[in-house]
Design a binder for this molecule. Structure first.
Ligand code: PEP
Length: 254
């Protein structure tokens, strides 16, 4: 039985006080509602320490970064390394979010290197894959996702693969209010699990957690999470409201 994950991607939102208020509200609601899933909060880098302190104090959630540099250290002004994240106690890191692919030109090769670097520091990558609208309309989405999975992950050995989380995020559904139907999402999740099984075997595929992301909210989460291959969600907009985020986590607990 795979334990579900609900991960909140705060993106580039909130000032420090707002971030502190949000994480406190999330902790209070967690205590109150006792969701039975892994909760991950992915704030901007600047707030990682504050959120990690809260996670350490309460033991109610995990902490993730939104990005990492693929190099060990050195002259990369403005960048943050896996070693730095590890030194703060960061548990997860989003890799290959569609916004990073689009605005920062991150390709599958650089994402593969980021994933290897995170694994070296025992940080769990949440590797994002997903097609843009034109690709879905042209019915090439399975090819696109296959390429992203193969080029981003298939350099890993079996032991590393056990520590990977995948997020299927159709780009046309991110921040648009347009969600994939549970059937559309399940079809892709099942396809990804089959790809993993063919390369790494049934056991690895069966334990791999594959999250859905793309306008997932308190209203549609239950139907998405009821699908057999959907193991939780990567949540953008709805993770900025404590009530909505924890309501989604409660729905992942059923
Ligand atoms: C995301 O950015 O990963 C995401 C899923 O955003 P939203 O939930 O706002 O669509």
């Amino acid at each position: 039985m795979r334990r579900k994950i609900v991960a909140g991607n705060w993106k580039m939102n909130l000032d420090f006080q707002e971030a502190q208020d949000l994480v406190e509200n999330i902790a209070n609601l967690c205590e109150d509602k006792q969701p039975d899933c892994d909760i991950v909060i992915c704030p901007p880098y600047l707030y990682l320490e504050m959120v990690t302190d809260m996670a350490d104090d309460t033991q109610l959630f995990y902490v993730g970064a939104q990005n990492v540099n693929e190099n060990e250290s050195g002259a990369f002004t403005g960048e943050v390394s896996a070693k730095m994240l590890d030194s703060l106690g960061t548990n997860f890191c989003i890799v290959g979010h569609s916004e990073r692919r689009k605005y920062f030109n991150e390709d599958n090769a650089v994402l593969a290197a980021k994933i290897s670097k995170l694994l070296q520091y025992q940080i769990v990558p949440i590797y994002c894959v997903g097609e843009v609208l034109e690709e879905r309309e042209a019915n090439t989405h399975f090819d696109v996702i296959k390429k992203q999975v193969e080029e981003g992950l298939f350099h890993l050995d079996v032991a590393d693969m056990e520590n990977i989380v995948i997020a299927y995020e159709p780009v046309w559904a991110i921040g648009t209010g347009k969600t994939a139907t549970p059937a559309q999402a399940e079809e892709v999740h099942k396809f990804i699990r089959t790809l993993i099984a063919e390369k790494y075997g049934e056991d690895i595929a069966a334990q791999m957690r594959i999250l859905y992301g793309g306008s997932c909210n308190a209203k549609n989460a239950a139907d998405l999470f009821a699908q057999p291959d959907i193991d939780g969600g990567l949540i953008g907009g709805a993770s900025l409201k404590a009530e909505d985020f924890i309501s989604i986590a409660v729905q992942a607990s059923k």
